[in-house]
Design a binder for this molecule. Structure first.
Ligand code: FA5
Length: 352
């Protein structure tokens, strides 16, 4: 066996020695995790110094390869260990720096603006209508949603088993209570035990077994209005409603009164507003009539006054009850009432 070796053979230990001498300083000089990883790649990566040295191993005589392999593995393990230590040190330095810096106040509000809430279109319309009637001298009255049959029907002149009771098919609870079918219960609650003159409006939620369609919901909102004084006539009622419609929908708004029946008024009427979608020509929303009904009204029936302890010979009055969803449809040009209760934020955000 000859002692002669290929000329490159001694260069492997030399190359490994050079790497072994320089890598600790290179790691120490890396001041961030990114720089440290770069250095590691320059040593152990595909084109790294150690990888290049390994290529020399192929040219070593087989007898020398084992020892050379152990040297390479030893160096590789030393590099990995040094890398982990330096990484730990860099992370510890960063943490110490952060802890020494200004403390975070986790109670501070976020810099990103939080989305702000806003009123529902029914709330907007209700407040606008209440403001109109307040400016005309009406006060605001409240009333319960779970009501006695007596206040929802009997005192308003609905005799037991009267077909009018069927007209408003109801949700009954127990003990003669029901979910009020209209806000007219507030007429009774406001008049009992008080003496006129007075004028009230009463907004609130009402419930009926109505099937849903583009203009009907089983739960909806009404606003009741009533005024009691001496010599109140139908002309006063018409004047107040025409003023209300012009203020809400703009000057020149056309309203139409049609005779109608409610047990608690005489005479009674329904009021329609000209359809905003077809301008009165007739369309699916107004069911081809050119008008949309928004309220019922009339002069308060003497029997209601008697049930509330008010002398009908001395006092007269008018009352009306309007559907707030219907009014919102016309106000905003919404074609289907169900949009108002689906709570789709894309729809509701338009009323911001
Ligand atoms: C009443 O409820 C009477 N209490 C109104 C009244 C008060 C008359 C005072 C006379 C004096 P009516 O059932 O017509 O009447 O309902 C009044 C309004 O509520 C309607 O004009 C309509 O705008 C609205 N409305 C009625 N049913 C529904 C429903 N299912 N969904 C949405 N709105 C409705």
């Amino acid at each position: 066996m000859s002692d002669a070796r290929p000329s490159e053979a001694p260069s492997l230990p030399a190359a490994l020695e050079a790497i072994g001498e320089t890598f600790p300083a290179r790691f120490r000089a890396a001041s961030s995790e990114a720089l440290l990883r770069e250095e590691k790649a320059k040593l152990l990566g595909k084109k790294g110094d150690l990888t290049a040295a390994l290529k020399i191993m192929g040219s070593l005589p087989p007898a020398d390869r084992k020892a050379a392999g152990e040297l390479v593995n030893g160096l590789k393990a030393a590099i990995e260990k040094a890398f982990d230590e330096r990484l730990g040190a860099i992370e510890a330095e960063a943490l110490a720096k952060e802890l020494a810096g200004p403390a975070y106040d986790l109670t501070l509000p976020s810099r990103a603006p939080a989305p702000r809430g806003h009123k529902h279109p029914i709330g907007i319309v209700r407040d606008e209508i209440v403001d109109i009637f307040r400016s005309l001298g009406f006060a605001v009255h409240d009333g319960p949603e779970v009501e006695l049959e007596e206040y929802n029907f009997t005192k308003l002149g609905f005799p037991p088993d009267h077909p009018a009771t069927d007209m408003q098919d109801s949700f009954w609870t127990t003990g003669g209570h029901l979910l009020r079918t209209h806000t007219s219960n507030v007429q009774i609650r406001a008049m009992l035990g008080k003496q006129p003159p007075f004028a009230f409006v009463a907004p609130g939620t009402v419930y009926r077994r109505d099937d849903e369609d583009a203009t009907h919901l089983p739960q909806f909102n009404q606003l009741e209005g009533f005024l009691v004084d001496k010599r109140v006539s139908f002309a006063h009622l018409r004047g107040v409603l025409a003023e209300f419609a012009e203020r809400l929908y703009g000057p020149g708004t056309t309203i139409r009164l049609r005779p109608s029946y409610f047990p608690f008024v005489e005479p009674g009427a329904e009021v329609d507003v000209r359809c905003v979608f077809c301008k009165g020509k007739g369309c699916p929303t107004c069911k081809g009539t050119g008008f949309i009904e928004i309220l019922g009204c009339g002069l308060i029936h003497p029997v209601v006054f008697e049930h509330c302890g008010i002398d009908p010979q001395e006092w007269t009055g008018f009352a009306f009850g309007m559907g707030l969803e219907r009014i919102a449809l016309l106000r905003y040009g919404i074609e289907d009432i169900r949009l108002l209760v689906e709570n789709d934020p894309r729809f509701l955000s338009q009323f911001r």
